[in-house]
Design a protein around this ligand. Sequence first.
Ligand code: FMN
Length: 224
Amino acid sequence: MDIETAIRSRKSIRGFTSEEVPREVLEEILDLACRAPSTMNTQPWEFVVITGKVLRKIAAENVRKLRSGIMIHPEHVITGWPNNGIFRKRQVEVAKRIFQLMGIPREDKEKRAAWMERGFRFFDAPAAIIILTDRALTEAGPLMDIGAVIQTICLAALEHGLGTCIEDQGVMYPENIRAGVNIPESKRIIISIAIGYPDGDFPANQLESPRESIEKIVSWCGFR
Ligand SMILES: Cc1cc2nc3c(=O)[nH]c(=O)nc-3n(C[C@H](O)[C@H](O)[C@H](O)COP(=O)(O)O)c2cc1C
């Protein structure tokens, strides 16, 4: 797959088939993705790849806590944005489009809650990649580098016919991941990526999320 096709066709996949992803494929993806750049080549990332019963148990426990109203308490900085303005507008727009595709009316709180739970269940993906960093680094310091590696993972996955969704929701109750997997306290859990074979019939997978045109966001200087 050429680079432009990969970049243009990557999108968040939120519905997967139950087909397992072979470990060797995930190894190949991570090996390639680690070619991502990082500040002074510090490579401030580590991965835990989870599948099967271990993943389902974490997913179930995430949903249980969400339903019980237990406050989320991620180990990473959560992006905040003002309640009005362009960032909120873009967020609402993408949510609206997802709900439209899924046939979830705005006022249907039950269906909206069920949709939210999907995210906490890793969208029922057969595997999830959890990205860790070292607590020796500042909280926000490694985030640019991790941004580069997660995008590279998502692009590399396409070559294998895999879909991905980068998601905060999976790591909102980090102790659930720690309970299922041996992660030293010296490591901070940053984000998860749900990964699997896209379910072609899942409506939300049709979403083409909009982008601002570059006329609005680029200033050109010094050109003739
Ligand atoms: C850091 C980060 C966290 C995200 N967390 C979630 C999440 O928790 N749940 C979700 O459904 N999508 C999540 N996404 C996916 C974004 O909603 C998605 O990338 C955005 O709407 C653009 O759509 P696209 O990926 O299809 O191009 C996240 C993306 C990023 C980069």
